[in-house]
Design a protein around this ligand. Sequence first.
Ligand code: DC
Length: 232
Amino acid sequence: MPDRIVTIDGPAGSGKGTIGQKLALELGWRFLDSGALYRACAHLAVKHNLDPDVPELIIDHLNDFEFESIPAGSNEEAKVLLNSEDISFEIRTADCAQMASRIAVSHAIRSALLLIQREYYHPPGLVADGRDMGSVVFPNAMMKVFLTASLEVRAKRKFKQLKNKDISLKYDKIYKEIENRDLRDSTRSHAPLTTPEGALVVDTSTLDIEQVLQTVLEGVYSNINAFESEAQ
Ligand code: DC
């Protein structure tokens, strides 16, 4: 029996965060932004002056690590809390993204975060976005989605997002930053970014948010119907 989970994987700027949050709100399910979890670890490393290439140092701090990703509501922005501290702004910088991608190469870190991610599931269901949600963390998910888009489109989206958050960066730098992360995230040996088997693949390059959401929702509702009849 599959779990009542929808996974949404994809590279930076593919739209998985936006679609994941909207989907979670629509379904009334919990939302896990696993990228924010890796970013929170990067934030911890900076805050405590830890060498990001020595995973044991970061893992030591995970004992009292309380993480929460709250999706955007109709009037509120999405929030990320680490031990009740609002780190939503700090973790969105390009430096934090790079550090998160560097830390995420470590098998030890990924194993330490596995349980935190799996414990995020609560009835009635979970929408989880990231790089290895469908392939490793929730292989038994009811439905798997993989969003993608051209590097140029993704870089433009990130440029706009960061500008809206008052984080100033040149477009060329964002393009390079995403290119670097794509390469590192998809070639690492543990849980690389990949299209999970059986995933609904959507290229969002020429689609707007509503069009992507509708495509994903159609797939989700037909999976939920099949899921409910199997459960009876
Ligand atoms: O989704 P994001 O851009 O916020 O993720 C930041 C980095 O965290 C990403 O470049 C790689 C890492 N990450 C990961 O390795 N596995 C995940 N499931 C999510 C993120």
